[in-house]
Unconditional design. Structure first.
Length: 329
């Protein structure tokens, strides 16, 4: 049987997405991001941005461009989504009609920004579902931005929605919503990892995601001139806060984020060794290098192998064959 079937036995499995979510808003940058994805492979997602990418008065033309690119030949991997205007915006319904209506079958997901509550998410979800159904798509995954007090309050309920696969932290809007009670320094490092209210928000959102087997996505690093800053932010987001994904706003950030979130080569080798040994013992307990392993640790190391594959890391031959095996087997 497939390892996922053995190890999870009908239970919910952790959702795995590419570790980098790259945002692009202009025509030039959207096309550039697609070219880079074709070069590197589907190790990162692309989110075409309508909320901040469309200039005032150009919202319809921008939505039409997004729909055309998503449904076009350069979307080779099916890993491009779109951030719509928020559900309270006069442009939201137009975005849904144009983008979901024309490209529902090719969209990886849609991003819902600035909900104030679970009710806002449900309202947006209903509109997206109606348009997707007309376009022949049964379920279109939703990514929800947590950047308001109300959304943070309802984060657990939002993460519990079956159609939601990712919560993403919008640090700049979240800090701004405190009207000076949180200093601007908390929008960037090191303050974003030390200010109690920001730390609390990140941990609450990440915990909600893990409780419901969803993906927590860390906020953007605004520093685009120094790759060490984004790499360090990504390492801290993953290692200290439990995030498994992170925004990118510049092509130069993508590789640093993918590498920071990817398992280290020694851990990949260890995971392959343990999983293959466990399979040889019909998934019973084993001893490896003086340590006992059972199905709890097998689930962990199996996920390591899956994450490594998503990051484009070459796996040992036997492990690669196992990870690439269809789950129907």
């Amino acid at each position: 049987m497939h390892p996922s079937k053995v190890l999870f036995q009908g239970q919910r499995q952790p959702l795995l997405l590419p570790a980098c979510d790259h945002y692009a808003g202009s025509d030039k940058l959207m096309r550039k991001s697609m070219a880079l994805q074709q070069e590197l492979g589907p190790v990162f997602d692309i989110t075409f941005d309508c909320e901040d990418g469309a200039s005032a008065g150009n919202e319809r033309a921008h939505a039409e461009l997004v729909a055309t690119l998503v449904d076009g030949p350069d979307n080779r991997f099916g890993r491009i989504g779109a951030r719509l205007h928020d559900v309270s915006s006069p442009h939201f319904a137009q975005d849904v009609e144009i983008i979901v209506g024309a490209a529902a079958k090719r969209l990886a997901y849609v991003v819902l920004p600035k909900p104030d509550s679970l009710e806002d998410v449900l309202r947006a979800q209903d509109a997206v579902n109606r348009a997707a159904a007309k376009a022949g798509r049964d379920v279109l995954p939703l990514h929800v931005l947590i950047e308001t007090h109300g959304a943070l309050h309802d984060a657990w309920a939002i993460a519990a929605l079956p159609q939601v696969e990712c919560l993403s932290f919008g640090i700049m809007d979240f800090v701004s919503s405190h009207y000076g009670a949180i200093p601007a320094a908390a929008m960037r490092s090191p303050g974003q990892f030390t200010h109690p209210l920001v730390v609390r928000a990140k941990l609450e959102m990440a915990a909600a995601c893990h409780a419901h087997d969803k993906v927590p996505s860390h906020n953007v690093t605004t520093e685009i001139g120094d790759g060490t800053v984004v790499a360090d932010d990504a390492r801290r987001a993953a290692g200290e806060f439990g995030f498994t994904r992170m925004w990118s706003i510049h092509p130069g950030q993508i590789r640093a984020i993918v590498e920071a979130f990817a398992p280290r080569s020694a851990e990949v080798d260890e995971a392959a060794d343990i999983v293959l040994a466990a399979m040889a013992q019909d998934w019973g307990p084993i001893a490896r290098h003086g340590r006992l392993h059972d199905r709890a640790s097998y689930r962990y190391y199996w996920t390591v192998l899956q994450r490594a594959q998503l990051a484009g890391i070459a796996l040992p031959e036997a492990a690669a064959a196992l990870v690439n095996q269809p789950e129907s087997i």
